[in-house]
Design a protein around this ligand. Structure first.
Ligand code: IPE
Ligand code: IPE
Ligand code: MG
Length: 231
């Protein structure tokens, strides 16, 4: 954990970006408008996270289960991705933030996989922090893939070795896990990695989750006492 102005800053923040659809519904807009508003918010929020001194940020953008949503919604999401991804990658590069994408790429359209590979390569030398975007990601799928890899290795693995086999293998575990959009659940996000994350739930819908709201979450984190089961 870093320390900024005497405040406890999480080293890794993970965010379940939920509530885009309800944000649109409240405004009598189609769900896609909510996804666009969410996309508009995402990059600015990510930049603010790193400005706060956080080194790793994982954003849950699309779960494995979300891929069973109607084709029209998925097409809309992928179109937004195609539209926003290049400019956002450029912004990350300028800020020296390394992008990586976690999730099963076999589930994504090939051109999106191409954009991801380009974005990762383009930002690979970023030293200020790592932004992991979870797309087509599921916590159970992540664990299962790691188990299968361990089985292929043909021997038992330690806890550390197992953690390293997960999609987030080279990242520390999240210190703070935030969920926007009112629901009080993990929805198959970082199941193994969040074992000792501090949880922060807010009713604020993701497109409205401002820099100030993030600051509130970090402040709340600063007041938590992490015991890890010890006295
Ligand atoms: C989160 O917003 C973004 C994705 C899961 C793609 P939702 O689309 O789940 O929004 P709500 O929960 O319906 O409001
Ligand atoms: C969780 O939101 C996944 C993402 C935000 C990417 P969902 O909207 O899919 O979660 P549920 O269906 O409410 O559990
Ligand atoms: Mg939702």
């Amino acid at each position: 954990m870093a320390d900024k102005k005497g405040e406890k800053i999480p080293r890794h923040i993970a965010i379940i970006m939920d509530g885009n659809g309800r944000w649109a519904k409240k405004r009598l807009l189609p769900r896609g408008a909510g996804h666009r508003a969410g996309m508009n918010r995402m990059i600015g929020l990510a930049e603010h996270v790193f400005d706060c001194g956080v080194s790793y940020c994982t954003l849950f953008a699309l779960s494995t289960e979300n891929l069973s949503r109607p084709q029209e919604e998925l097409e809309g999401l992928f179109s937004l991705f195609r539209e926003y991804f290049p400019a956002n990658t450029e912004r990350l590069k300028k800020k020296s933030i390394r992008l990586r994408v976690i999730g099963d790429r076999a589930l994504l359209p090939p051109d999106i996989v191409g954009l991801i590979a380009e974005g990762e390569a383009y930002t690979a030398d970023g030293t200020r922090g790592t932004l992991a975007l979870a797309i087509g990601y599921g916590g159970r799928q992540d664990i299962l893939a790691a188990v299968n890899e361990a089985v292929r290795r043909g021997r038992e693995v330690t806890m550390e070795e197992f953690s390293a086999l997960l999609a987030t293998g080279d990242m520390p575990e999240p210190d703070l896990l935030i969920r926007t959009g009112k629901e009080l659940r993990i929805s198959n996000f970082l199941l193994w990695q969040a074992a000792y994350s501090e949880l922060y739930f807010t009713d604020v819908l993701f497109p409205d989750f401002s820099d100030k709201e993030l600051d509130k979450a970090i402040e709340a984190f600063g007041r938590r006492e992490r015991r890890y089961g010890k006295l």
